[in-house]
Design a protein around this ligand. Structure first.
Ligand code: ARG
Length: 590
């Protein structure tokens, strides 16, 4: 067991001796400023606060029951009741040595693995995937990888938008304006064109709109011709999606699109009506506020000119069609029944936060038992902006297609790689540029706090210094080059070789390695891959300080050389595992 886990378990046991009824699940330790120690716990202060007792006294009492002398120096109480822990050198060395033998990589699998459904990417059929899709796809993929690494049972599901009113217009366009040659050449562009043409006509001419609606009604009624055209549109879109996913290295366990849930939508609405959760209003059916929340926090109300008016979650339109919410309710019912998950996580744009607030509240009223068992979480994110602070667009003002963006990333990376590695063959440089370019786009998207908007900048994301993908990939390649120069090709060293830590840079690197697992847990806990980005960047910085100050291949003696090589190997393995967990590939040289 890793030292921080041992400290946590012992601390929890000590707290229980003092406060037998306390919930100690939040009694955790976190890495802290080295001025104070290696780990810190602030849990006693919150426990004392709830109980209105003196936190320092609680800390003193707990400390009297706590024996962590196996892994820590003397524990200190600081400030209002923080506990500071400093690792013993022996515990640090032992953890490094077991890792060097390949027994672990500084993280433990979850003690209680959870079943987690994660809904991400979810593009819409007949539309090109654009730059915005990198967000849900990249964050979702990093989360599924992190959760899997920690031993959770993850079910990823791409909730593709393959149903909805847009198909009325698309069908009309397909029947009346399709350019077969254009479809052959770029199917999605042609579908997009058809939609635009018919949409403009519908805006100008109500009769066209009626025609489009009639096509939609026929599709919904199962008309054979419309069904087959619709299926063809899905097939063509799927080819586009799959090309992008394979390029990005993103996999899903399922891709159950919205249409999959059609058979249940009527039942959902009837059940909501029967249970008096939904009611009719102006011919439509919706779920309204139940008055249980203050108006300001009630997503079923909006303020218009100082007055609170109803903003229901609609589940059936006046024409009998169903809504986005209806499909999402049927989807949850299916996921609950099929997988009995502990969590369902939605990685979707923050602009849909109102939808998810309503959805989760409707569910709590519809299936109260399920919501007690299953946690529903909306993992939202902000926008990608251009230099002008407005949503990122091409020069001509169009949305940036994801495929084009990835092409450009590789092309730009190729220039940089060629400038740096002119001795490599073109094929080698292309392959490195592919990894660097795609990695740069993904990393730049994962690095900011996911809820903030960020400005898309090629120069920043492709810079060789600073917190960027190229810098991290280079750090990895540099360690690999040390191994190429030594006769020890393998990162996993001779199991008997002992690790000795003397220089401050060695100790700092070693301690940072030990925080890999805590970081992964924090990513999983808060659904924030940026924690891992920052951890890896700091790891690269620690490594580089170590490497500048502590000769490895030219170390004073063989024992020191082996010990330092082992540290290099561990840093390489953590970097590689970390980058892969972010969905990035690595390169052996750069
Ligand atoms: N297709 C939707 C969109 O592009 C996102 C779907 C998200 N997932 C969900 N279960 N609602 O806006």
């Amino acid at each position: 067991m890793l030292p921080h886990k041992q400290i946590e378990l012992k601390l929890q046991a000590a707290v229980l001796e003092i406060l037998p009824d306390a919930d100690v699940s939040a009694v955790l330790v976190r890495p802290c400023d080295p001025k104070f120690g290696d780990y810190q716990s602030n849990a006693l202060m919150s426990l004392a606060k709830v109980r209105k007792t003196n936190p320092r006294q609680l800390a003193t009492d707990t400390l009297a029951k706590l024996d962590v002398s196996e892994v820590c120096e003397k524990v200190e109480i600081a400030g209002a009741g923080f506990l500071n822990f400093r690792l013993k050198n022996s515990a640090l060395v032992q953890t490094l040595e077991t890792a060097a033998r390949g027994e672990h990589l500084f993280f433990d699998k979850a003690a209680k693995p959870k079943t987690i459904v994660i809904d991400f990417s979810s593009p819409n059929v007949a539309k090109p995937m654009h730059v915005g899709h990198i967000r849900s796809t990249g964050i979702g993929d990093a989360l599924q990888r992190t959760l899997r690494l920690l031993g959770h049972h993850v079910i990823s599901d791409n909730h593709i938008g393959d149903w909805g009113t847009q198909f009325g217009k698309l069908l009309l366009g397909w029947k009346q304006a399709l350019d077969r040659a254009a479809l052959e050449c770029d199917a999605i562009a042609e579908l997009e064109r058809l939609y635009k043409v018919i949409n403009a006509e519908c805006d100008a001419n109500p009769e066209r709109l009626e025609e489009a609606k009639a096509e939609l009604v026929k599709l919904q009624a199962g008309d054979a011709e419309n069904i087959s055209i619709w299926k063809e549109m899905i097939r063509l879109s799927q080819i586009q999606f799959d090309t992008i996913y394979s390029r990005l290295g993103v996999n899903f366990d399922h891709a159950l699109g919205e249409s999959f849930y059609n058979p249940w939508l009527g039942e959902v609405v009837n059940d909501l009506l029967a249970k008096k959760i939904a009611r009719e209003s102006e011919g439509a059916v919706g779920v309204f506020s139940d008055g249980s929340l203050p108006p300001k926090e009630d997503p079923f109300l909006v303020n218009r000119d100082g007055e609170w008016i109803a903003d229901p979650a609609l589940v059936r339109k006046s024409d009998g069609g169903f809504n986005y919410t209806t499909t999402d309710l049927a989807t949850i019912a299916y996921r609950l029944k099929t997988w009995s998950p502990d969590e369902i996580v939605y990685v979707v744009d923050d602009r849909q936060s109102g939808h998810f607030k309503k959805l989760f509240l409707v569910l709590a009223r519809w299936k109260p038992d399920a919501t007690k068992r299953t946690k529903l979480i909306h993992v939202g994110f902000g926008k990608i902006l251009g230099d002008d602070g407005k949503p990122f667009k091409t020069r001509s003002g169009d949305t940036v297609k994801l495929g084009d963006l990835l092409d450009e990333a590789e092309a730009r990376a190729f220039k940089i790689v060629s400038g740096k590695n002119s001795e490599l063959s073109e094929a080698q440089r292309k392959e490195i540029a592919r990894v660097v370019g795609l990695g740069a786009v993904k990393y730049a998207d994962l690095l900011p706090n996911r809820q903030s908007d960020y400005i898309f900048s090629w120069d920043k994301m492709l810079a060789l210094t600073g917190n960027t993908a190229p810098y991290l990939l280079y750090a990895y390649a540099r360690i690999k080059s040390i191994f190429r120069k030594s006769e020890a090709e393998s990162e996993i060293r001779n199991p008997r070789s002992a690790i000795a830590l003397a220089e401050p840079e060695e100790i700092a690197l070693a301690k940072h390695l030990l925080n890999f697992g805590i970081t992964l847990e924090a990513v999983a806990e808060e659904y924030r891959p940026n924690y891992l980005c920052n951890y890896l960047f700091e790891l690269a910085v620690h490594f580089s300080r170590f490497f500048e100050n502590c000769p490895v291949l030219k170390a004073e003696d063989a024992a020191m050389r082996d010990s330092r090589l082992a540290l290099c190997g561990l840093a390489a393995r953590v970097l590689k595992q970390g980058l892969e967990t972010l969905g990035m590939e690595i390169v052996q040289q750069m």
